[in-house]
Design a protein around this ligand. Structure first.
Ligand SMILES: *Cc1c(COP(=O)(O)O)cnc(C)c1O
Length: 468
């Protein structure tokens, strides 16, 4: 399998290279040159497989020329298997479905160690990195910025990697207590939490600048763990198949509603459909940082100032992975995609109306503000006793408002456990949720992090010193 850049000017890479690559050298994102295709018969034959067994079928063609099947199987069993004391996902179904209403379901993606769906991708990514680096006898440095969920999931996913040092920057005093504790209480000689005296954008800016000029690392190479990393998207394709197979697919179409920020998660659903899974509809659910909703509903892709909401993991100004969809919509023309993205960044682009119409055959979108979000949490709890986290609540509302057909099962992705975001839950008049068993002692654990000024040179000097 070869991977190509959405901007058409970077060399094609294999899976191992793409895993370590981050952005392509032309500024684009890597996508498979051709998607693997599965027939209905083949997909139907997977009914009843465990999550891990299904993951092996779906991931194999993406990595086949880099990792032998037996090694891949072992990595996947270690990630998604449910036997043993050190299992990663706490629920036997790994990604269980729960029914909320007739033909409306939530897919619980929060049974991993950090209680958000990002564990699905980052637990696998950490193990794949370790395998590939061991083989290459190479050590790398992971550097990432987080507004909360990515950081803890990345640290959990990579903490056992012998060949990785991991630096995660978070905005000092601007992440929730649970989110901070989940990052700073993981101890390891290769783990560095940096609390930056600035906001999330400052952190992200420093990471971008560090990737652009890596001299301060004196020969070590930076690896990206945000959702521009192809392996993260790949891992997320699996749960769309898993949910569909549980609801009568592939003999029946299924629709999905996805709380969306950087467009990584929902893009995996789009790819599942491209691989042969009958998906009827994909609903993009946003908070008031609604660039994707405006684009899909009104062809308006202008950037607006960032608003801090009760669903902070979706507080974004532009969605990096949207470029991967645009590349397909523009018939995989790298030059056209590059031109469009650069116009979008300048705030004066709109999509060709035929292409937008094509996207709308599959995609719908919905936007919900904080007040609406709290109302959904209260209403759902009253009617079903299910407690939704604020991101999930936006997805559920979008599912209800946008579904085209009551006969098609609609699955809203539950992207986080409500305990991670207690504020809206309490505002909804519900009791603050309790930490699950495996995190009960989180607030007693010792924290370790370094506070640093909003200063690139200081951050890089600190990193270089720790690495030497
Ligand atoms: C990261 C995150 C999202 C957004 O996912 P994208 O792949 O960026 O669209 C939604 N909900 C939660 C809880 C998250 O952590």
């Amino acid at each position: 399998m070869k991977y190509i850049s959405t901007r058409g000017q970077a060399p094609a890479l294999n899976f191992e290279q793409v895993l370590l690559a981050g952005l392509a050298s032309d500024g684009g994102l890597y996508v498979p040159e051709q998607l693997p295709q599965f027939s209905r018969e083949e997909i139907a034959s997977w009914a009843g497989l465990s999550y891990a067994e299904l993951a092996k079928k779906i991931i194999a063609p993406f990595v086949a020329d880099t990792i032998p099947q037996a090694d891949l199987d072992a990595i996947i069993d270690d990630t998604y298997g449910i036997s043993g004391d050190d299992r990663v996902f706490a629920h036997d179904a790994v990604a269980p479905l729960k029914q909320l209403d007739s033909n409306l379901w939530v897919l619980e993606l929060f049974h991993g160690p950090t209680l958000a769906f990002k564990d699905f991708a980052l637990q696998l990514l950490g193990r794949l990195l370790d395998y590939v680096l061991e083989k290459r006898q190479e050590r790398v440095v992971i550097m990432g910025a987080t507004s909360g969920d990515t950081g803890s999931a990345a640290i959990e996913g990579c903490k056992r990697c012998d060949n990785v040092d991991i630096f995660i920057l978070h905005p000092h005093n601007r992440v929730s207590d649970v989110q901070r504790k989940q990052m700073t209480t993981i101890v390891g000689d290769n783990i560095y939490n940096l609390a930056i005296e600035g906001n999330f954008d400052d952190c992200q800016q420093m990471v971008k600048q560090s990737f652009a000029n890596q001299e301060f690392l004196k020969g070590r190479k930076l690896v990206a763990v945000n959702s521009i990393n192809w392996a993260r998207i790949m891992a997320q394709i699996v749960y769309y198949f898993h949910a569909s197979l549980s609801l009568g697919g592939p003999h029946r179409e299924v629709s999905f509603a996805v709380p969306t920020g950087n467009f990584g998660d929902i893009f995996a659903g789009y790819l599942a459909r491209g691989m042969g899974l009958p998906v009827k509809q994909l609903v993009v659910a946003t908070n008031v940082n609604d660039i994707l909703h405006r684009c899909i509903s009104a062809n308006d892709y202008s950037a607006q100032p960032l608003v801090h909401t009760l669903s902070p993991s979706m507080d974004i100004m532009v969605s990096s992975n949207f470029e991967r969809l645009l590349f397909d919509l523009y018939d995989r023309d790298g030059a056209a995609t590059a031109a469009l993205v650069s116009n979008m960044a300048a705030g004066n682009a709109s999509l060709d109306s035929n292409r937008l119409a094509k996207a709308r055959e599959l995609f719908d979108s919905y936007r919900l503000d904080d007040e609406g979000c709290v109302a959904v949490i209260a209403d759902m709890f009253e009617r079903t006793e299910e407690l939704l986290d604020p991101h999930t609540a936006i997805g559920v509302k979008a599912a209800q408002e946008c579904r085209r057909d009551a006969k098609t099962p609609m699955v809203a992705l539950a992207t986080a456990h409500p305990v991670k975001f207690p504020e809206p839950v309490v505002k909804a008049g519900c009791k603050s949720p309790e930490l699950p068993h495996h995190l009960e002692d989180l607030f007693e654990r010792e924290e370790r992090y370094q506070v640093l000024p909003k200063d690139l040179a200081a951050v890089q000097a600190y990193m270089a010193e720790q690495l030497s």
